[in-house]
Design a protein around this ligand. Structure first.
Ligand code: SAT
Ligand code: MN
Length: 608
C-alpha cells in the first residue's frame, strides 16, 4: 500500500505543505492501518477514550465521584523516564556536553529508520498538532507529535493546547517542531493487542540542529508526551540559546501581599523537593495570597519594557500522585476531581483511585498498580511511587487569572533550591546576577528514598536541568550569564537559593515547610520592595531574625539559629566540592563562574 492510500491521511485538514509532506513520509515509514488528524474536540476525545476502554488501556472511574476521569496501569517495565536511553544527537559530541548521552546523528538516523519501519502496523497513527504556551503568544511555539498511542493523544489533549486551534495558528507556513513517537509494538494481521503496548527497547532521541524528536518503545510520561521534557525543555533550551531567551524547569507563582501588590516568582527544584506543592502553595500568613501559573516549566523572554516575561508552556499538570493530600496540597487534590487521567495509582473497591499519603490508612479492598489485591503487610506500596495524574491546569482552584495571558507575567524573583540537611540556610539572596547564576549552577540535593542515589548523598543538579538541558551545560551557564547583556540589570529578576530541608542536631526537620514557605516568599517580596533587612554573609544575603515573619510559629531559638546559620568551616568544605564538578565542563565552563568560586572562597577565608 502506498502511503497516500492509507485511510484518513487525506484530505489533510491543513494546507501546510511541509507538514503534510512530513506526515506522508512518516506514514510511509511506519505503515499504520489508518491516520487520524486530531482536532482536539470533546467528541474526538470521547471516541479515543472509548477505543482505549475497549482495549483495556483505560478504565472508567466511578463517574459520580470523578466525572471525566480514567485510569491506566502501565506495563511494570514502563513506569518512568529512562535517562539512560535519552540521547542528544548533535553533529559534534562536545555540543551535547558531558551531562547528556550522545550518539552520532547519522548512525542514529539509520538505526531509527530501521526501528520505525512498519512500527505502527495495525495501529492508528494520530497526528497531534499542539501549541506550547497560550495560542498565538509571542513566547509560545508549535509542535506536531505523530503517535500510535491513543493514551498519548488523550494526554497531549490535557497537557497542551492541542488540535485545530494549534493548526490554525500554524497556518500554511508556520514553524513547528516535528516529534515522532511509537510504542514499538506493531500488530500483525489478527494479532490481539495488550492493554499497555510498549517495547523492551527504548530510545528517546533529540536532534538539536534540526530540532526533531524521535521516541521509540515507551508509552509513559516524559518518554511519550513529547511536548513536555523533550520539546519544552531539551529542544526549547536550544531554541532559547539561539534566540536569546530561557526555557527552564521552573514553576511560576503569583504572590499578592495584603496591600494587593503582586509579585511573580519562578522556581527550580530537583525532584523530591516539593515543587508542585510550592506551585500550589496555601499561605499560612493572613492576608497573603498565592496563585498558580505553572507547576513545572517556564518559558521566559525579555519583553518590550526590558523585563523578563514568563509563560507556562503547558496546559495541564502531570504530577506525582503519592504524597498528595488535603494537608500537603489541597489545591492539587481539587484539580484532580474531574477530567483527569491517573496512571499507576491504586484502585479502590468502589471505582476510585488511591495512593500512599492520600489518607493515613489505606482503605480495605485496594487493587494495586499491578492489578493485584493490595496486601498492606507486604511492605509494597499500592500505588507506584511515580504514579501520575494528568489534569487540566485551568481546574486548579488557585490558578491565577492571567495564567494564559499571551504577554506572560513579569518575573520579579527566581528561586533555586535543593534538599540539604546541613550547610545551606533557609534562604539566601544572591549579591548580583552572576552570583545567582553561580548558585544555580552548583545546585545540589540529597537523595530521598524515592530517588536513585543513596539517602544523604549529594547529587549536583544545576538549575534542576541536569536531564533536561539539550546542549552542553557549560554553554548553558554562559547563556544564563549573557542575559544581563540583554537588558538593564534592574530589569532582571533577583536570584535566591532556598532550602526547606535543614535538619537540627536531633536529625529533625527544622522548618515546617508547605504553607509556611509563604514566610520566606514574604521576605523575598519585601526585599524586592526594599522593605526587609538582610545580613551579608560569605554565601549571600540572609534574613535577619527580625526580618522573617515567624508570627504564630513555634520555632525554638536554636532552630531559628540553625536556619539562618552560615558556618564558614562547613562552607569551606562545601565550596571545595565545586571545582571537581566544574572541571567536567572543561573550557566550556565560563570564566565568570570560576571567578565566582574564587570570590566565595575568599569571603569564607576572610571570615574564618
Ligand atoms: O515523566 S515526566 O518527564 O513527564 C515527569 C518527570 O519525570 O519529571
Ligand atoms: Mn519536572
Amino acid at each position: 500500500m502506498t502511503a497516500s492510500a492509507i485511510p484518513g491521511l487525506h484530505p489533510a485538514p491543513t494546507d501546510h505543505a511541509r507538514l503534510v509532506a512530513w506526515v506522508e513520509q512518516i506514514a510511509a515509514l511506519t505503515k499504520p492501518a489508518r491516520v487520524h488528524w486530531c482536532d482536539g474536540s470533546e467528541a474526538e476525545k470521547a471516541a479515543i477514550v472509548a477505543d482505549l476502554i475497549g482495549k483495556g488501556t483505560l478504565r472508567e472511574l466511578d463517574q459520580s465521584k470523578r466525572p471525566g476521569c480514567y485510569y491506566a496501569a502501565s506495563d511494570p517495565k514502563d513506569v518512568a523516564r529512562v535517562e539512560s536511553r535519552t540521547f542528544i544527537c548533535s553533529g559534534n559530541e562536545i555540543d551535547a556536553g558531558p551531562t547528556n548521552n550522545w550518539a552520532d546523528p547519522v548512525e542514529m538516523r539509520t538505526r531509527l529508520n530501521g526501528l520505525f519501519d512498519g512500527c505502527m502496523a495495525g495501529r492508528t497513527m494520530y497526528v497531534v498538532p499542539f501549541s506550547m504556551g497560550p495560542l498565538g503568544s509571542k513566547i509560545s511555539a508549535l509542535g506536531v507529535e505523530i503517535t500510535d498511542s491513543g493514551y498519548v493523544a488523550v494526554s497531549m489533549g490535557i497537557m497542551t493546547r492541542m488540535g485545530k486551534a494549534a493548526l490554525d495558528v500554524l497556518g500554511s507556513d508556520g514553524v513547528f517542531v516535528p516529534a515522532v513517537h511509537t510504542l514499538g509494538a506493531p500488530l500483525a494481521e489478527g494479532q490481539a493487542d495488550v492493554p499497555w503496548p510498549c517495547n523492551e527497547e527504548k530510545w528517546i532521541v533529540h536532534f538539536p540542529e534540526t530540532r526533531e524528536i524521535w521516541s521509540y518503545g515507551s508509552g509513559y510520561g516524559g518518554n511519550a508526551l513529547l511536548g513536555k521534557k523533550c520539546y519544552a525543555l531539551r529542544i526549547a533550551s536550544i531554541m532559547a540559546r539561539d534566540e536569546g531567551w530561557l526555557a527552564e524547569h521552573m514553576l511560576i507563582l503569583k504572590l499578592t501581599d495584603p496591600k494587593g501588590r503582586a509579585k511573580y516568582v519562578a522556581a527550580a527544584f530537583p525532584s523530591a523537593c516539593g515543587k508542585t506543592n510550592l506551585a500550589m502553595l496555601q499561605p499560612t500568613l493572613p492576608g497573603w495570597k498565592a496563585e498558580t501559573i505553572g507547576d513545572d516549566i517556564a518559558w521566559m523572554r525579555i519583553g518590550d519594557d526590558g523585563r523578563l516575561y514568563a509563560v507556562n508552556p503547558e496546559a495541564g499538570f502531570f504530577g506525582v500522585a503519592p504524597g498528595t493530600s488535603r494537608n500537603t496540597n489541597g489545591n492539587a487534590l481539587e484539580t484532580l476531581a474531574r477530567n483527569t487521567v491517573f496512571t499507576n495509582t491504586a484502585l479502590t473497591a468502589d471505582g476510585d483511585v488511591w495512593w500512599e499519603g492520600l489518607t493515613k490508612e489505606a482503605p480495605g479492598g485496594l487493587t494495586n498498580w499491578k492489578g493485584q489485591p493490595h496486601d498492606p503487610s507486604s511492605g509494597q506500596p499500592a500505588a507506584h511511587p511515580n504514579a501520575r495524574f494528568a489534569a487540566p491546569a485551568g481546574q486548579c482552584p488557585a490558578i491565577a487569572p492571567e495564567w494564559e495571558d499571551p504577554k506572560g507575567v513579569p518575573i520579579d524573583a527566581i528561586l533555586f533550591g535543593g534538599r540539604r540537611a546541613s550547610a545551606v540556610p533557609l534562604v539566601t539572596e544572591a549579591f548580583d546576577w552572576d552570583h545567582g547564576v553561580f548558585m544555580g549552577s552548583s545546585v545540589a540535593s540529597e537523595g530521598t528514598a524515592a530517588a536513585e542515589n543513596a539517602i544523604g548523598e549529594l547529587r549536583r543538579d544545576p538549575f534542576a536541568m541536569l536531564p533536561f538541558c539539550g546542549y552542553n551545560m557549560g554553554d548553558y551557564f554562559a547563556h544564563w550569564l549573557s542575559m544581563k547583556a540583554r537588558t538593564a540589570a534592574a530589569n532582571l529578576p533577583r536570584l535566591y537559593f532556598v532550602n526547606w530541608f535543614r535538619k537540627n542536631e536531633d536529625g529533625k526537620f527544622v522548618w515546617p515547610g508547605f504553607g509556611d514557605n509563604a514566610r520566606v516568599l514574604k521576605w523575598i517580596a519585601e526585599r524586592l520592595d526594599g522593605e526587609a533587612e538582610a545580613v551579608d554573609t560569605p554565601v549571600g544575603r540572609v534574613p535577619t531574625r527580625e526580618a522573617l515573619d515567624l508570627s504564630g510559629l513555634a520555632l525554638s531559638e536554636a532552630d531559628l539559629a540553625t536556619l539562618l546559620d552560615v558556618d564558614v568551616d562547613v562552607w569551606a568544605e562545601e565550596a571545595a566540592l565545586i571545582p571537581d564538578f566544574y572541571r567536567m565542563f572543561g573550557d566550556r565552563l565560563p570564566d565568570a563562574l570560576w571567578d565566582q568560586h574564587a570570590a566565595l572562597t575568599a569571603r569564607i577565608d576572610e571570615n574564618r
